[in-house]
Design a protein around this ligand. Sequence first.
Ligand code: PMT
Length: 223
Amino acid sequence: ATASSLRGRKVMITAGPTREALDPVRYISNHSSGKMGYALAQAALEAGAEVHLVSGPVHLQTPAGVVYHPVESAEEMLAACLAQLKACDLFIGAAAVADYRPVAVAEQKLKKGAEELMELRLTKNPDIIAQVAAQTPKPFTVGFAAETQNLLAYARSKLARKGLDMIIANDVSAPGIGFNSDENAVTLITADSETHFATQSKSILAKTLIEYIAAQLPSPSIK
Ligand code: PMT
């Protein structure tokens, strides 16, 4: 991105996994490392933006200069996003948010019983990016779609269903890209375009994506 393409813009990025507690010592989560979201935060910083990084638990260094909002669960991530959303120009959802969480969090460590089968009851988490896109005024909203099949069709349906301006389709079944790798390959989809970005490091890809998104951002409104 050019050094000034996001100057004066407020950008919020979600990154990493969420953790959904089962009891004080256990949780449900996924393999997101945060690398994609952190690379986007770094690229947005370099493009001159004020960057808010809302992150689940990861093992990465927080880019110097971002406003950092650490969270664990999807409900915490939603609250942190909505609390900071005022005057936000661009929202990018790179986090792998758990779609479901345990119905109840046990107060004490769950004990092993005699039974061989144990059933977990889960309830749906809030859809963070859909709630962001439903705000008025809403930021330009960019989602990711992590899919293991029917990549572009599923991504296009998420673009429409969640009310997004853009979605970045990520084939997470291909080896060497997607979750927890250093490289990624994606297809950026809008209502009327489809642009493929071949396998490359997440940091270089992030710069290209930020530049591409910055060029599509509506001019700043009077705030
Ligand atoms: O973190 P890395 O190891 O670098 O890996 C990067 C990545 C594969 C996690 C990333 O590139 C990616 O694809 N992130 C989105 C993962 C995901 O959960 O996708 P989804 O198709 O389930 O969700 C679609 C969109 O809705 C995403 O923007 C997601 O952040 C958002 N979402 C989903 C569920 C939910 N309850 N709230 C949300 O905001």
